[in-house]
Design a binder for this molecule. Structure first.
Ligand code: WQD
Length: 339
């Protein structure tokens, strides 16, 4: 079966391509290489032994999307990662985010209409919940006013998919709301490739440890949490990738209860920033140079998943720990810097 993975050379996309190939799927990747590199293809091939078909294509160009789907009308499922995902950047450049995250989604959905099987997995985010009133966060938690244009594009994306499902009963979709994806493939052949100064915690930790950054700044030590720092649900990217295959198989086998379902993808365990640092230090074997400073605007205090629905309905649960993720992130950092 042929599966299209848009943004398939990106961080989560590439790990998902590996897991799809491990399950015997034929994978076709579209990526515009705006936030990834074509070398990731070699990494995927080195892990699975099979080079996925890759087409450099910008989904913002509607004509190109139309010709692609004309060529590949035997696609059995689409996993849609292609989007910009930096929260801070989205605040400074909202229209770029609405164009790149919304127009592309619309063009893909429009062209999927001509496919015999219309199965769609959407890369969403726990950002849709904002600061949830109750923890852990279930899928019944209300979607709150987005704190950033990035988060808004995920909310709007889900609404677009829902409206598509209402008028097209042949269209089946699952939105996966990620918590905090971290880590890298244990083979060190693929991993996160942040461009410039990393906004996210774990790449900043590993770049500090390897000596690229002087010191990690911990944004806020006075939050109402057990140690004053923010709490997040850090999920190993390999566990996250496997969840996409399970979700796709749910649609391919017609086991979905409705044609729009959504699941929280997390470990169910919250870790504070200081606990994440401690986990990394236990893997590294040294003390990390960090300083607690003022809060970062837009940060929620605490977010971690209630995993009942994803465990019992989707039939998936995480197997890897925070330490596993930190170990893989550190091995990857060393690999790419020793190049
Ligand atoms: C985690 C914690 C920071 C960097 C965002 C998006 C989410 C997803 C993941 C795209 C927070 C603290 C961070 C640093 C720090 N992105 N931190 N020093 O903000 O939870 O989630 O990235 O899909 O949608 O919202 O992740 O890694 O940026 O921050 O203290 O140098 O680490 O304050 O408490 P976040 P993060």
């Amino acid at each position: 079966m042929k599966i299209l993975v848009t943004g398939g050379l990106g961080f989560i996309g590439s790990h998902t391509v590996v897991e799809l190939q491990n399950e015997g799927y034929e994978v076709v990747i579209i990526d515009n290489l705006s936030n990834s590199s074509v070398e990731v293809l070699d990494g995927i091939t080195a892990i699975t032994g099979t080079k996925p078909y890759f087409e450099k294509l910008d989904l913002k160009i509607k004509g190109d999307v139309q010709s692609f789907f004309k060529k590949h009308n035997d696609i059995a499922g689409v996993i849609h990662f292609a989007a910009s995902k930096a929260v801070g950047e989205s605040v400074n450049n909202p229209l770029m985010y609405y164009e790149n995250n919304i127009n592309t989604l619309v063009y893909v959905l429009q062209e999927m209409k001509q496919l015999n099987s219309q199965n769609f997995i959407f890369s969403s985010s726990c950002t849709v919940y904002g600061q949830a009133d109750e923890l852990p966060i279930t899928e019944n938690a209300p979607v709150k006013l987005a704190e950033s244009p990035y988060g808004n594009t995920k909310q709007i994306g889900e609404e677009i998919i829902k409206d598509t499902c209402k008028v097209n009963k042949n269209f089946n979709s699952i939105a996966l709301r990620y918590f905090n994806p971290i880590g890298a493939h244990p083979s060190t052949k693929i991993g996160e490739l942040p461009i410039g100064v990393p906004q996210n915690l774990v790449p900043f930790i590993t770049q500090t440890a390897i000596g690229m950054r002087e010191q990690l700044l911990v944004f806020g030590g006075d939050y109402p949490t057990r140690d004053g720092t923010c709490i997040r649900d850090y999920i190993h990217v390999v566990d996250l990738a496997k969840a996409h295959v399970v979700a796709l198989q749910r649609l391919l086998s017609g086991k979905n209860n409705s044609n729009f379902e959504f699941f929280n993808l997390g470990t169910g365990k919250g870790s504070s920033v200081l606990e994440a640092i401690k986990s990394f230090e236990s893997v590294w074997g040294k003390k990390l140079n960090y300083k607690v400073v003022g809060r970062r605007s837009g940060d929620v205090i605490s977010a971690y998943a209630d995993t009942n629905k994803v465990n019992n309905v989707l039939g998936w649960k995480t197997k890897l720990t925070l330490d596993d993720a930190m170990e893989s992130a550190w091995k990857w950092e060393q690999k790419i810097r020793n190049k």
